[in-house]
Design a protein around this ligand. Structure first.
Ligand code: GSH
Length: 269
């Protein structure tokens, strides 16, 4: 079999998905870390490999693949299909979960990750250097979002909107898990791999408490965290929550987003 090379970042949710898939399938791979905190994704050498300037990218058999869900399907094909369920309906359901992770979960994860973890790193950079780096970003929407977010104070509204989306995601998972043991069927599949990356991100953001009102999703998350592939996917960067996350701030955000009253004493009438 041709060698599998993964260009990835340990702290990237979409890279996590692919590392977990590789570990579940027991496929050997070579790691090329792309340090996003140093914006190595915008280096000319990396842009030559992946013109989108994003991670993950997978090189296999002389080809480069640059979408995490497509990469996971390719890996599953390479390993003779262990991670897509047997029936056509279940396969379609598994794909709808991976699409949901790409289109709903991943965009929602970005504001809290940027505001609670990455912003502290960006602020340390020289402003001119940062603008120059961003000018190299091949995706104008990403470049503009980074520039705007780096200039703005902590974006509480965007983080609150993400927390509300996370709750909707967990509701959807809870519903699915009333009929099957895993998300798409009674067998562990690419759907669970994709959403495992979401659990890891909740843990990293100190937001795992969001699982509490969803007993089936919470039990599913416990089973997910116990899989050896989950620990392998985390790699060397296992500290959860991330040391940069302000746990008190997150607790307040969760309470506000979910409409809980954080006041412990009654106001005098
Ligand atoms: N749809 C792509 C998204 C890839 C993506 O956005 N990756 C993030 C890390 S999770 C990234 O490279 N961010 C760097 C940037 O936005 O400049 C996939 O799922 O592979």
């Amino acid at each position: 079999m041709s060698a599998i090379e993964l260009f990835h970042e340990w702290g990237s949710i979409q890279s996590f998905k692919v590392r977990m898939c590789l570990a579940e399938l027991g496929l050997p791979w070579t790691s090329h870390r792309v340090d996003l905190s140093r914006f190595e994704n915008l280096d000319a050498a990396y842009l030559a490999l992946n013109p989108k300037g994003l991670v993950p990218a997978l090189r296999w058999n002389g080809n480069v693949f640059d979408e995490s869900s497509d990469i996971n399907e390719l890996l599953d094909d390479i390993a003779s299909g262990a991670l897509l369920p047997a029936t056509l309906e279940e396969r379609a359901r598994a794909r709808s979960w991976t699409r949901y992770e790409d289109e709903v979960v991943h965009p929602a994860v970005r504001p809290p990750t940027f505001n609670l973890i990455l912003k502290a790193r960006v602020i340390r950079l020289d402003r001119g250097d940062f603008v120059e780096l961003m000018a190299r970003h091949p995706l104008p929407a990403r470049r503009d979002a980074y520039l705007a977010a780096a200039n703005a104070p902590f974006d509480r509204a965007a983080v609150l909107a993400s927390v509300r989306t996370f709750r909707t995601v967990l509701e959807r998972m809870e519903t699915a898990l009333t009929s099957t043991t895993w998300l798409a069927s009674d067998n562990f599949s690419l759907a669970d791999v994709a959403m495992a990356a979401f659990v890891d991100r909740l843990d990293r953001l100190a937001m795992e408490g969001l699982l509490t009102p969803f007993p089936l999703a919470a039990k599913w998350a416990t089973r997910i965290r116990m899989r050896s592939a989950f620990a392998i996917a985390q790699g060397p960067d296992k500290t959860r929550p991330d040391p940069l996350v302000d746990i008190g701030l997150v607790a307040g955000l969760l309470a506000e987003a979910l409409g809980h009253n954080t006041t412990t004493e009654m106001e005098p009438l």
